[in-house]
Design a protein around this ligand. Structure first.
Ligand SMILES: NC(=O)c1ccc[n+]([C@@H]2O[C@H](COP(=O)([O-])OP(=O)(O)OC[C@H]3O[C@@H](n4cnc5c(N)ncnc54)[C@H](OP(=O)(O)O)[C@@H]3O)[C@@H](O)[C@H]2O)c1
Length: 299
């Protein structure tokens, strides 16, 4: 029986969303290696699901891969049934739910379409709310943990990231409300707020930035195009591309914090896997008067 901190892992099950690649995929393997039964929700299964196939190829009865688009009421309901039928002791509930599935987006407000705002929120925010509501009865039964992957951009705004920030600030508010409601049930609700790990996970790539740039430029009005100008826009895209190589390349800080959130007897409410300079910036922006923080970091 494996013991981490003071919470026993043995026999506990965790559902993770977005296990096709990135944090979710790596976390599924890490938690499995530590003795958890892992329900790995993947957006793509079958022929096109490379990530799902890789997890299935482990041929472990503690690694259970399931189809789970967090935007689909039907797939979420099917996932609940799948867990009820595959948990070893369903009456004891589900120990952990990790809401990890997410998409990234960028673009200044005047370039971002309403459809884009909705598309990002559909996965990051409403997907998290939908999945959480569906699995809470099982998590409550286990007096377990809900671990939501937000971002430092879920507490700190940034120019060109409004669609992403809105979705992650929303998850943050949702998690804080839920945490307060869940104290009396013995359920812990925990936020993971990573900085930039784009180079480690590939949530943004040069190709996806170029595709989004095309969408932003062609989707806005002539007035906005003329006022901002193509050269300014191109500079912003170049800046965005530089961002994909500037972050942490090793995702273990994030994976270890999620593991701690699931295994520590007294987990933190918020984990901040990030470099020191981002930690300073997050503290300054969330503690100093807004005008001072903007003067320091934005002007
Ligand atoms: N990487 C970072 O720098 C960073 C920083 C802060 C926070 N985060 C957050 O961490 C989480 C994981 O990101 P990541 O960097 O690991 O990104 P990633 O490598 O792109 O992984 C995201 C996963 O979510 C899946 N997904 C997308 N839409 C989905 C949907 N509708 N239903 C179910 N799954 C869906 C993706 O599936 P496909 O691969 O099939 O599209 C993929 O498996 C996200 O919530 C992200 O916002 C990331």
């Amino acid at each position: 029986m494996l013991e981490l901190g003071v919470t026993l892992v043995d026999g506990k099950a965790v559902l993770i969303t977005g296990c096709d690649k990135g944090f979710g995929h790596a976390l599924a393997k890490q938690l499995h290696a530590q003795g958890f039964t892992v329900f790995a929700g993947c957006l793509l299964t079958g022929e096109n699901g490379d990530g799902a196939r890789e997890l299935e190829s482990m041929k472990s009865d503690r690694m259970k891969v399931l189809q789970l688009n967090v935007c689909s009421d039907q797939e979420v309901a099917q996932a609940v049934e799948f867990l009820k039928n595959n948990l070893k002791e369903p009456e004891k509930g589900l120990w952990g739910l990790v809401n990890n599935a997410g998409v990234s987006a960028f673009g200044e407000v005047e370039f971002t379409s309403i459809d884009k705002y909705k598309e990002v929120a559909d996965v990051n925010l409403w997907g998290t709310v939908r999945v959480t509501k569906a699995f809470l009865p099982l998590v409550r039964r286990a007096k377990g943990r809900v671990v939501n992957i937000t971002s430092m951009l879920g507490r700190m705004a940034s120019p060109s990231r409004s669609s992403y920030c809105i979705s992650k600030f929303g998850v943050s508010a949702f998690s804080d409300c839920l945490r307060q409601e869940m104290y009396r049930w013995g359920v812990r609700v925990i936020l993971i707020e990573p900085s930039n790990f784009v180079a480690a996970t590939g949530i943004l790539t040069c190709e996806s930035i170029e595709a989004q740039a095309e969408e932003l430029w062609s989707g806005t009005s002539k007035t906005v195009q003329e006022d901002y100008g193509k050269s300014y826009f191109t500079r912003q895209i170049t800046l965005m591309k530089s961002f994909i190589n500037s972050g942490l390349k090793d995702m273990s800080l994030v994976l270890n914090d999620i593991t701690d959130a699931l295994t520590s007897k007294y987990p933190y409410t918020r984990y901040n896997p990030m470099e020191a300079h981002w930690r300073v910036r997050l503290t300054v922006i969330t503690h100093l008067p807004t005008a001072v923080a903007d003067w320091l970091y934005i002007y």
